[in-house]
Design a protein around this ligand. Structure first.
Ligand SMILES: C[S@@+](CC[C@H](N)C(=O)[O-])C[C@H]1O[C@@H](n2cnc3c(N)ncnc32)[C@H](O)[C@@H]1O
Length: 290
């Protein structure tokens, strides 16, 4: 994923709606306007969701990081607040590097993440890093995309069109940039059990994993296009001079085939997807100390 930060910032209403739901769970669990010393936001993107967090909680320090430097620069300019330090860092890095990249001095009371972790294949590494970012008794609230039937339509579009020439090993190529495609062919319960076991082995307790269906209604088709274009992982494989035409063909295919109740360009356009929410607490006494 390599989006233009301004386009993303202007088109991430669906992600902000998801963040609102995640923040509602935080408020329900921890009370209205909870106070924290240090909070970490993983994959902060353009920063407007990071800023939204300060509407529901108070914290002395909010470290928000993203592996995309252009996103971080945009966030620093456009979504700043005294409490927030935006940093460039990758959640799948080795912990010592991650810790130094985000200038972590105090372990966090809370780690949250909104629609980032589906881009990272090695969830065990992510959970391990989150465990080390947290102080004992600290909590994590993670929301990410699990799947969508949109991807099945994207598959059909690519494999049945002239664009297939740029995707010779389709599955491997897609998995390499968008590991969440694998969920299309996996058993949900197996994945949940696997993640829960990994979290518990790493010393997390009270692990809750919810995978559920959701719909988001875009005001009209052009708004849907803007949102998809801002996070589209398929573009990457198409030479730059042809990307505009590729997107045009892709959207025409989706307009006709994906949302069959849709009648005119001013109709609300429905996106169907599954999200995953993981909440867990780092044990107050670590296993090593027992
Ligand atoms: C869909 S955006 C979500 C941004 C923001 N959290 C929001 O909800 O609007 C996903 C972000 O995750 C970032 N990202 C992807 N993989 C990452 C990784 N391994 N470490 C840190 N950030 C990552 C991307 O650069 C992108 O900015």
């Amino acid at each position: 994923m390599n989006p233009d930060p301004k386009a993303y910032n202007d088109n991430n209403d669906a992600q902000r709606k998801g963040a609102e739901n995640l923040f509602a769970i935080i408020t329900k669990d921890l009370g209205t306007f909870p106070k924290f010393e240090t909070v970490i936001d993983i994959g902060c993107g353009s920063g407007n969701v990071t800023l939204d967090f300060l509407q529901i909680a108070k914290c002395n320090q909010l470290i928000a990081f993203d592996k995309n430097e252009t996103m971080v620069n945009f966030a620093r300019e456009n979504n700043k607040s005294n409490e927030i330090n935006y940093e460039v860092a990758d959640i799948s890095e080795d912990f010592e590097k991650l810790k130094s990249d985000i200038n972590l001095t105090n372990e966090a009371d809370l780690v949250f993440s909104v629609y980032c972790l589906h881009w990272v294949e090695d969830k065990a590494k992510v959970f391990n890093n989150i465990s080390q970012l947290l102080k004992p008794g600290g909590k994590c609230y993670l929301l990410f995309l699990y799947g969508s039937d949109l991807f099945t339509y994207q598959d059909q579009f690519i494999q049945g069109s002239k664009w297939s020439k740029y995707f010779p090993n389709y599955n491997e190529m897609i998995y390499s940039v968008a590991p969440f495609y694998k969920h299309l062919h996996s058993n949900v319960e197996d994945i949940k059990n696997n993640w829960k076991k990994t979290l518990e082995t790493l010393g997390f307790t009270d692990c809750r994993i919810i995978i559920d269906d959701e719909k988001y209604f875009f005001k009209e088709f052009s708004v849907f296009m803007g949102a998809i274009e801002s996070v589209c992982h398929l573009n990457h494989f198409v030479p730059i001079p042809e990307r505009e035409e590729f997107l045009k063909d892709n959207f025409e295919f989706l307009r006709v085939n994906y949302n069959t109740n849709y009648e005119c360009d001013k109709d609300e356009y429905e996106l169907r997807y599954q999200y995953c929410i993981i909440t867990a607490e780092k044990m107050k006494t670590t296993i090593k100390e027992l």
